[in-house]
Design a protein around this ligand. Structure first.
Ligand SMILES: C[C@@](CO)(OP(=O)(O)O)[C@H](O)COP(=O)(O)OP(=O)(O)OC[C@H]1O[C@@H](n2ccc(N)nc2=O)[C@H](O)[C@@H]1O
Ligand SMILES: Nc1ncnc2c1ncn2[C@@H]1O[C@H](COP(=O)(O)OP(=O)(O)O)[C@@H](O)[C@H]1O
Length: 274
């Protein structure tokens, strides 16, 4: 049986409204999620026992055992596999690295074994796994289990991570108001300009608490906002990765190059979101 491979794109929360708190401490969300053309890659091969090897430029510090969401995803699928995770995305960065990797393992195992996997309760693997599972633009609700696929025009973005870990539970804890309004209705047409104009009126409720935890996030947002052509700058997920949106890829590439010169220590990439 030849190994099977799947791409694990970065997840970007273009909005993230926190609308309530469940009795078990998990927060209710209303979020517009898109996926980038940058990400990790997982490869799975049939094996007598579970094995995980992490390679690639962002492998340092990523667990190679049962703590890794790739491992947990394979257990969820129900077979032992040898997994290779080629890590390109920064971890604990608000772009769903672990959840997207887990979803990619599930997709790769589905191809390898020719059968699907249980989707009921998938959010228990990680709240972002259900939305990462199809890896398609969607409105995410509940604690992450609600996934409504959306047709969105592709968006041109720059993603920036300043290299500080932001633990998700710490940011949710720092959020004082748990009961915020949901997203307003999205424009049905008008293309990317209308979508960006609408996005500007929406929020990421975790942005202010994440800045309180890691003030450098405010510096990242200011740097993105100052790039020529930036239409909107916002944080993704619980941070610290932030994004800015541009009218076209060339403008985004120019902004990314200028930011790299000023901030050689930051992870910076242009990306198409879809
Ligand atoms: C905030 C979001 C938005 O997309 O993204 P990231 O910043 O992680 O990328 C996600 O909801 C994160 O998803 P994920 O990182 O998979 O979360 P999990 O591992 O399931 O949960 C980590 C912790 O975050 C908190 N948590 C997570 C999701 C949620 N709806 N409410 C929560 O309160 C809980 O404290 C939980 O213990
Ligand atoms: N496949 C994985 N890639 C990265 N981190 C992982 C993975 N599996 C488990 N982890 C652990 O999960 C934590 C959160 O990482 P990640 O899912 O990338 O962040 P976020 O929830 O902010 O998107 C990390 O600190 C790391 O130790």
């Amino acid at each position: 049986m030849p190994p099977s491979s799947a791409f694990a794109p970065a997840k970007v929360n273009l909005t993230l409204h926190v609308t309530g708190l469940r009795a078990d401490g998990f927060h209710l969300l209303d979020s517009l999620v898109m996926f980038a053309d940058v990400g990790d890659r997982v490869t799975v091969a049939d094996a007598p026992e579970m094995r995980l090897t992490v390679t690639g430029p962002r492998a340092a510090g990523v667990p190679e055992d049962a703590r890794n969401l790739c491992w947990k995803a394979a257990e969820w699928f129900g077979c032992a596999v040898a997994i290779t995770l080629d890590k390109h995305l920064p971890a604990a960065a608000g772009i769903g690295g672990g959840s997207s990797d887990a979803a990619a393992v599930l997709r790769a195992m589905q191809d390898l074994y020719g059968r699907s996997f249980p989707v009921e309760g998938l959010e228990r693997l990680g709240a972002d796994v259900p939305v990462c599972s199809p890896g398609h633009a969607a409105r995410m609700t509940g604690i992450g289990e609600g996934v409504l696929p959306l047709t969105m025009a592709p968006m041109q973005a720059v993603l920036v991570n300043p290299g500080v870990d932001v633990p998700t539970p710490q940011v949710f804890k720092a959020l004082t108001c748990k009961d915020n309004p949901p997203m307003d209705a999205m424009p049905e047409d008008g293309g990317t300009p209308a979508a960006i104009a609408w996005l500007k009126t929406q929020r990421n409720d975790l942005q202010a608490p994440a800045i309180a935890v890691q003030p450098v996030i405010a510096e990242v947002l200011a740097a993105l906002t100052a790039t020529p052509g930036a239409r909107l700058a916002r944080m993704s997920g619980s941070g610290a990765t932030c994004f800015a949106l541009y009218d076209d890829r060339a403008t985004a590439e120019t902004a990314a190059a200028a930011l790299r010169l000023k901030h050689p220590g930051w992870w910076i990439t242009a990306a198409t979101l879809s």
